[in-house]
Design a protein. Structure first.
Length: 484
């Protein structure tokens, strides 16, 4: 999925907003997780298989990978598919001819891997994404992940005079940090979140993308008269709503409002900007501008209905272009915009958008062949592998390049344009990384999902969500993170 995705931590928040600038590029993310992995983060049993012995470090093998030791790679089977990873695995096996990589792809990341973490026998590399994403904050807090600094400080695959970290897009390294300098997660893709729509459909209404909420309501009213709903979303996974709602809150009240929410500060959800944005979204429901039946749709069903022209707008991440490629018409004119604001009183300009690294890869601390897992990532960060990813899945990677000779698809081109318009006005809410259960199950399903289905008023939803946040802030069993 890339759908929420999730993926970052503590100190990262420091200068993250300043780091993502015009040079940042588009990519994809992981969909927020519906399940909370607590047992998976237990210390686990002894690693009965033992660690692979270190290999000899050479110019071609800077991480000292054992050239005869097996390596296991488990990929999330989502919106990006698995071909790009399978291609990278072939390169690994070509470089280490005596090795056969055990590669598998699944949507059941937590249920498949939780028992193995408990037993102390996890794979060497994991794409921790999807609805069953493992809680990164818990994994880091329980010392279940290997520090990826050796990978970042290794020579890059294409240029031995450049470290891997020097080939990455701004902010990627910081996103993988929680506290201190260690990097626990590597976000391979780069995702643009926002409001996705068909330019053809908008043109048919003789309208432009609305910049104020009054304009948004007017466009939705016109669409309704033409038999098209204004909005739809992943009703079964309403944590997709924040992809446009959170940056709207930041636009209206300032980035500091989002920081306070991330920090679990008392009454952060009671800020006037939150209230105004909740009421704006609730108005879509009250006026009948949300596609009928949306609360019962999953992400694929809602995206399909949207692609079929049943709804004009959908909150999503840039993975949607690849994930919905089989249902989006060729003349659709796939486009993405930063969220509509309220009015001219908003603290940040129109164009303020949420963009960040997505598709989080991790190497478990108890992996048998951790250096092999990191080497696989080093290969994936080569220009050839990055270009292969972008060509096949319509998304850019964390590698700062790899687009020469590639014709950008409509969604990718629109995402890059949105980032260009945003300039430095890029926000990066951290709840989906720091507190997965809070973000997905509580704020998403129990709060926003209930409000948009008409079962809670905005005031009731805010009160409920603030209660969830307060509970998380007081819960000593989870590690807490703050923007620095």
């Amino acid at each position: 999925m890339g759908s929420t995705s999730a993926e970052n931590h503590g100190t990262e928040g420091v200068g993250r907003r300043d780091l993502i600038k015009r040079s940042a590029a588009l990519g994809l993310i992981s969909v927020p997780t519906m399940s909370f992995l607590s047992a998976c983060a237990s210390s686990g049993g002894d690693d009965t298989g033992g660690k692979a012995k270190a290999g000899k470090k050479t110019a071609k093998n800077p991480l000292g990978v054992n050239d005869t030791a097996g390596m296991e790679f488990v990929l999330f089977d989502g919106g990006f598919g698995k071909e790009y990873a399978e291609d990278a695995v072939k390169t690994y096996e070509k470089n280490f001819p005596e090795v056969k990589v055990k590669f598998s792809a699944t949507q059941k990341i937590q249920s498949t891997l939780q028992p193995r973490f408990n037993q102390g026998t996890p794979p060497d590399l994991i794409d921790n994404s999807g609805a069953e994403q493992m809680d990164m904050g818990v994994l880091v807090g329980k010392n279940q992940l290997a520090d990826l600094t050796p990978l970042l400080d290794a020579p890059s695959y294409d240029d031995p005079n450049k470290k891997v970290r020097d080939t990455l897009r701004p902010g990627i390294v910081e996103m993988g940090q929680f506290d201190g300098e260690k990097v626990w997660i590597f976000y391979y893709a780069y995702t643009v979140y926002g409001v996705w729509y068909s330019q053809k459909a908008l043109d048919s209404l003789d309208e432009q993308y609305p910049e104020t909420w009054d304009q948004m309501l007017a466009v939705c009213a016109k669409a309704k008269k033409e038999g098209m709903a204004g909005w739809t979303y992943a009703g079964k996974y309403p944590y997709y709503l924040p992809f446009s709602l959170y940056p709207m809150i930041g636009k209206v009240g300032g980035a500091e409002v989002l920081d306070a929410i991330d920090n679990l500060e008392p009454n952060a959800w009671k800020h006037p900007a939150v209230k105004a944005c909740f009421e704006a979204y609730y108005e879509l429901y009250k006026k009948g501008y949300v596609l009928k039946g949306t609360p019962g749709l999953d992400h694929i069903q809602s995206q399909t209905a949207w692609a079929q022209g049943k709804a004009l707008f959908i909150p999503n991440g840039s993975w949607v272009e690849n994930e919905s490629a089989n249902v989006i018409p060729k003349d659709f004119g796939l486009s993405v915009s930063a969220p509509t604001g309220l009015d001219s009183s908003d603290k940040m300009p129109f164009g303020t958008i949420w963009a960040s690294g997505g598709e989080p890869f991790i190497v478990p601390s108890k992996a048998k062949n951790a250096s092999g897992g990191m080497e696989q990532l080093r290969i994936m960060l080569s220009e050839a592998s990055s270009k292969n990813f972008t060509s096949k899945v319509k998304s850019l990677t964390a590698y700062n390049g790899g687009t020469d000779g590639i014709t950008l698809t409509p969604g990718l081109k629109s995402g890059v344009a949105a980032l260009d318009k945003a300039g430095q006005n890029v926000v990066n809410p951290r709840l989906q990384d720091w507190y997965v259960q809070l973000q997905k199950e509580k704020i998403g399903v129990s709060g926003l999902g209930e409000m948009m289905a008409g079962r809670l008023t905005p005031a009731e939803a805010i009160k409920k969500i603030q209660g969830f946040a307060d509970e998380a802030a007081k819960d000593d069993s989870i590690k807490h993170y703050k923007h620095q």
